[in-house]
Design a protein around this ligand. Structure first.
Ligand SMILES: [Fe+2]
Ligand SMILES: [Fe+2]
Length: 194
């Protein structure tokens, strides 16, 4: 699944407090939305908690980025920047491996679709157009991927205005229309229209 080249970890960790706050807020928001959507999809409480935990940590790998990358326009990205961006799911796993006690990290590896699997898959799309081009992703990962897109659209970013909920819902659901049922889409739209 992952690139076999070694990760280029930024050891300076000179990220501004502002970007740290935004990133933490984003992960909490994705976790909250993904948890709600997972219950709508009929996942058990246990699986929904697993989805919540994966969402809460999905982007911690961005703490290895350098500060300017958080706001760098797409057209100015160089090859190294793209590597940091496209490989951040792997960075997140690496970060947790370093940051968590071994026993806690082992919990994240448990079950067929583990929390670590879900973190690795959080930018994948059912048609294989995601970061790692994986098709047929489990629905648990779809829930996180949708929540991530929806959250990013409605959140403030220095380089873009925040989007309305209805626009963000349509955009977020567009890539997953064959995965969520009509009834689930209806319930998601009702629940997230704030
Ligand atoms: Fe991400
Ligand atoms: Fe994210």
């Amino acid at each position: 699944m992952a690139n076999t080249q070694p990760l280029l970890l930024n050891k300076n960790k000179n990220i501004s407090p502002f970007n740290i706050v935004l990133l933490r807020k984003h992960m909490r928001s994705v976790a909250d939305i993904a948890y709600r959507v997972s219950l709508i999809c009929g996942f058990s409480k246990k699986t929904s908690v697993k989805i919540y935990k994966a969402s809460l940590h999905h982007d911690v790998g961005k703490f290895y980025w350098y500060d300017g990358l958080f706001t760098k326009p797409n057209k100015l990205l160089n090859q190294l920047d793209k590597e940091y961006i496209y490989r951040h799911p792997e960075y997140s796993v690496k970060y947790l491996q370093y940051a968590m006690p071994r026993w806690a990290y082992n919990e994240y590896l448990k079950s067929d679709i583990s929390i670590i699997d879900l973190i690795m898959l959080h930018h994948e799309k059912p048609d294989g157009s995601g970061y790692y081009r994986i098709k047929n992703i489990p629905k648990e990962a779809v829930v996180i991927s949708f929540a991530d897109i929806f959250s990013a659209c409605i959140e403030f970013r220095q380089y873009k205005p925040s989007m309305s909920c209805s626009m963000a819902l349509n955009l977020g659901l567009a890539d997953f229309k064959d995965v969520f049922t009509k009834e689930e889409v209806k319930l998601i739209k009702t629940d997230l229209q704030f």
